[in-house]
Design a protein around this ligand. Sequence first.
Ligand code: GLU
Length: 207
Amino acid sequence: MCGIIGIVGTAPVADRLVESLKRLEYRGYDSAGIAAQVNGALERRRAPGKLRELEKVLDASPLVATTGIGHTRWATHGAPTERNAHPHIAGRVAVVHNGIIENFAELKAELAAEGHVFESQTDTEVIAHLLDAELNTGRPPLEAFKVTLDRLTGAYALAVLIDGQDDLILGARRGSPLVVGWGEDEMYLGSDALAVGPFTQKISYLE
Ligand code: GLU
């Protein structure tokens, strides 16, 4: 079980994403990462090992942003390396995922045949490629996301950023938990109430 946190915010998020991931450490993990909208473009930082390693990467190369997603990974497909750590990015899409995409091999083969180049050994990366391909057909984000979800078999909790969409995080769950936190001027997504606890007590548990 990994951890997910997302913040659509009005104040800097990098430190808050990491603080939230620390509250999810009890779930176990082998690597961690965050992605954020930096001046309208997606950027990410990742590191294998403990969150301290991610903090070192962020100290050396800060992310200054008010919307972002974070993840602690418990590897199921692919070794616990930086390259396999989430978030995974394809084109305009960054995704963090908890769970297993059971039909990833066939989706990967289909996407590869269409020219998509994969960077990781994870099952997760197919989600980013699928959604990016749907966005490229001109579908709006929510519709493209729904079409993407229809292609997936397995269990997931997801948080997704789209390049340039500063005030948007897409989330979905099937089989893995995900909660929505309601803030004053901010919104949150998290694996559980602990993840969003520092920011709000107003929480919806997604069915
Ligand atoms: N199956 C994904 C992976 O191996 C996500 C694992 C998790 O839930 O952390 O990267």
